[in-house]
Design a protein around this ligand. Structure first.
Ligand code: F6R
Length: 258
């Protein structure tokens, strides 16, 4: 992988997406070897699927155990019902959690129709605190700059909370739900402050659709217009991208190999 020099965050460009997926998966395997009770924050969506596939394979081959690990899904739609089609719980169960079976998996979702979403968000933050915080969080980037479901306008200080989904986020979810009307209007998300407290943050972005937000994450003014820019306030972030996603990044110097 090539590291882009002269940009605001360590950014690694993979010739093929699976190079980046293997690198991040290997880092997580090593983290769990050193700290078997590590706490991981997990994004759903297209970007991390290959990392989950690699980790499943490592687990199946006995190269890693999640027996003592704890996971926190970053976000969840409101109003779908537990484990419903399109819910992040269901997707994550199907792609990852049911295979590796972490010691505990925290999901920011309503278990019962009567649950108060604010109480659910507060309980999730308390659980995270009780576990000693996140050792590593895997993120994707929304085209509108969201991380988790921290939509444009989210503050640096935001905590796990209920949010209204941005029109572009809802439009992007039509494929998963069949129609715009079926896409939930609200969600619960881990906050920006919560994410920035993770000890390490690893971000995945692949494909030309992510070129603009990768450029903005690295180069735009830090603030709520493009929440992913807040990542530059953290001391241990790495971006893993492919060549298409990196194509608009303007560098101050030549690229070097690492
Ligand atoms: C999902 C999440 C979102 C996605 C982002 C990118 O849990 O937190 O921020 O990471 O919308 O989605 P994909 O990876 O599908 O392009």
């Amino acid at each position: 992988m090539k590291r882009i020099a002269g940009v605001s965050l360590p950014t690694f460009v993979a010739a093929r997406r699976d190079e980046a997926e293997s690198a991040l998966s290997a880092e997580i395997v090593e983290l769990l070897r050193q700290e078997p009770d590590a706490v991981l924050g997990l994004a759903t969506g297209n970007s991390p699927t290959g990392v989950y596939r690699e980790l499943r394979a490592a687990h199946a081959e006995g190269r890693v155990s999640f027996e003592r690990a704890t996971t926190f899904n970053l976000d969840e739609y409101l109003g779908l019902g537990v484990g419903a089609h399109g819910s992040f719980r269901r997707t994550m169960e199907e792609q990852f959690l049911s295979f590796v079976r972490p010691s505990a998996a925290y999901l920011p979702e309503l278990e019962h129709p009567t649950d108060d979403p604010r109480a659910v968000a507060e309980a999730y933050e308390r659980a995270l605190h009780a576990q000693g915080g996140l050792d590593l969080v895997i993120l994707g980037l929304g085209q509108n700059g969201h991380i988790g479901f921290n939509e444009p306008g989210s503050s640096r200080e935001s905590r796990t909370r209920v949010v209204e989904l941005h029109p572009t986020t809802r439009a992007g979810a039509v494929r998963a739900f069949g129609s715009l009307a079926a896409v939930p209007t609200h969600a619960i998300t881990m906050g920006i402050a919560t994410i920035l407290e993770a000890r390490a943050i690893r971000v995945l972005a692949f494909g030309a659709d992510k070129a603009e937000i990768v450029r903005r994450t690295l180069q735009d003014e830090i603030g709520p217009t493009w929440p992913a820019t807040y990542l530059r306030l953290h001391p241990d972030v790495r971006l893993y991208v492919d060549e298409e996603a990196a194509r608009d990044v303007v560098t101050r110097s030549a690229t070097g190999r690492s």
